[in-house]
Design a binder for this molecule. Structure first.
Ligand SMILES: [Zn+2]
Ligand SMILES: [Zn+2]
Length: 479
């Protein structure tokens, strides 16, 4: 019986699941049972890269956290000098003073190894290239071992590490999971050592069948990837249903993934830019592309934010032409403040406020307090100049949130009356993956004689950005 109890360790949220917070767990104790020995391990230290130091009765050991669950600290509980490796060969017949392996098929060898007591059953003896091999059965598993190695007591792999903790047909059930093991396999490295043990399970809650690492069965709350919402249900929770626009970032060869992956998928792809069709040189996680609605294309990314593009498209659909980042030529009173949008017809200033207007953001160059002071000054200035001031809460860059902000915005709906059905919000979202740099580049190609000044007027960005757009685009596209 081998058990380790980590229920009392502090946990932290990580994506959709929780994990043990090893940093906070320093000083905590872990109860264990290892065959006949019961005791407690203490976590003494935590190191970056998922390593910890544990102690047991004055002895310490540094190890990777996942090795804790593989009992790779068992040497702590045995005195290494008195390692017990006893094989009892009394059942094996001898011939001319040597062990007669051919006639030992069906015989058992009782052993004691690092505190584990058991019996090895010899089920076959074979010779390959003049070397003798025994096929040993132990706990329903078969192993091939050279007869010499067996005599030398090299049975560690048979007895401990390679051993499966769960049996085929075994049901593992607690308040979060209910799975039955269907089959299992060991993954080996190049040297043939077992590195991972994997189980195919049937989930008794949702009927999904999938593979899971042995260590994850005990440490993850929910073992079934479908129940943990990591697996997409075709037509319900796949990307094609929940975020169809994301497909635009997938190369042809990856397109099938939009039916099997979810928006929180950690799978990496080499995305293609929907605008300039460049393939990104470094891979990106699907969840990251989903989160930013962008692959930050080195060729055509204009760094205009998701909410800004979304709002711009929203007003375009209302027939309102907004000026992006009005300058002193339009607002002679604006000093050195930047406003997001200006509607010259109705005299409205529109601010699109991201998270840093509501919450302290780490690594942002201003504190929340500073942001609020500036926001107030900007607002006062607008009112003083007899204009209207609208702030739109865009703290989360997603369709649902911004849509709600717009629909619930009383002042906005008074100045710009609209009906919900009038707006195609999916189109607003699609607009967010468009690039102004790309538009400028294409326009310039089709109108080679257009001046920078005209482009400045047309796209409302400064000369510097225009030359940057053209330079970078042509450098990347080399057409
Ligand atoms: Zn399930
Ligand atoms: Zn691009």
């Amino acid at each position: 019986m081998k058990k380790i109890d980590v229920k009392n360790l502090p946990r932290k949220k990580y994506g959709t699941t929780t994990h043990i917070d090893w940093e906070q767990a320093v000083g905590c104790k872990i109860s264990f049972q290892y065959d006949q020995i019961k005791g407690q391990l203490k976590i003494e230290n935590h190191f970056k890269g998922n390593s910890i130091e544990i102690s047991y009765k004055n002895k310490t050991k540094k190890l990777r956290t996942n090795h804790l669950f593989e009992f790779k600290w068992r040497d702590l509980i045995y005195d290494s000098r008195k390692k017990l490796q006893k094989l009892d060969l009394k059942n094996i017949p001898k011939k001319n003073g040597k062990y007669d392996w051919i006639h030992s098929i069906g015989k058992t060898i009782p052993f004691e190894f690092n505190g584990v007591l058991g019996e090895l059953l010899i089920t076959n003896y074979i010779r390959i290239n003049q070397m003798g091999y025994l096929i040993i059965e132990y706990e329903k598993e078969k192993y091939k071992i050279r007869n010499i190695n067996l005599l030398n007591g090299k049975i560690a792999k048979i007895v401990s590490y390679g051993k499966y903790h769960y049996q085929i047909g075994q049901q593992i059930k607690d308040q979060y999971k209910n799975i039955t093991i269907i089959t299992r396999k060991r993954l080996k490295d190049k040297q043939g050592s077992i590195v991972r043990k994997k189980y195919k399970y049937h989930c008794n809650q949702c009927d999904y069948e999938g593979w899971i690492d042995e260590t994850l069965i005990s440490i993850s709350k929910i073992s079934c990837s479908h129940c943990a919402k990591k697996i997409a249900l075709r037509g319900k929770t796949d990307l094609n249903t929940e975020a169809p626009w994301l497909a635009l970032f997938f190369q042809k060869k990856d397109k099938h993934l939009i039916y099997t992956e979810r928006k929180n998928s950690s799978k990496k792809i080499y995305p293609i830019c929907p605008e300039c069709k460049q393939i990104r040189q470094t891979p990106m996680q699907i969840s990251t592309i989903y989160k930013y609605h962008s692959i930050v294309c080195p060729c055509c990314s204009d760094r205009v934010s998701y909410p800004e593009k979304f709002i711009q498209e929203f007003f375009r659909q209302l027939g309102v032409k907004l000026l992006y980042q009005p300058k002193k030529t339009e607002l002679n009173w604006c000093k050195n403040y930047y406003y997001d949008f200006y509607d010259p017809k109705q005299k409205v200033i529109i601010e699109v406020n991201g998270m840093h207007h509501y919450k302290e953001i780490k690594h942002y160059n201003k504190t929340l307090e500073e942001v609020k002071v500036i926001d107030q000054k900007k607002k006062d200035l607008v009112i003083k100049n007899n204009m209207q001031y609208l702030e739109i809460d865009c703290r989360y860059s997603n369709l649902e949130y911004i849509k709600k902000s717009l629909l619930n915005h009383k002042e906005l709906r008074e100045i710009y009356p609209f009906h919900e059905n009038q707006i195609d919000f999916n189109k607003c979202e699609l607009a967010t993956i468009k690039s102004i740099y790309y538009k400028i580049y294409k326009y310039k190609k089709n109108h080679p004689n257009i001046t920078y000044k005209d482009l400045e007027e047309k796209y409302r960005i400064n000369r510097y950005s225009i030359s940057k757009a053209l330079r970078r685009m042509s450098q990347y596209l080399k057409e």
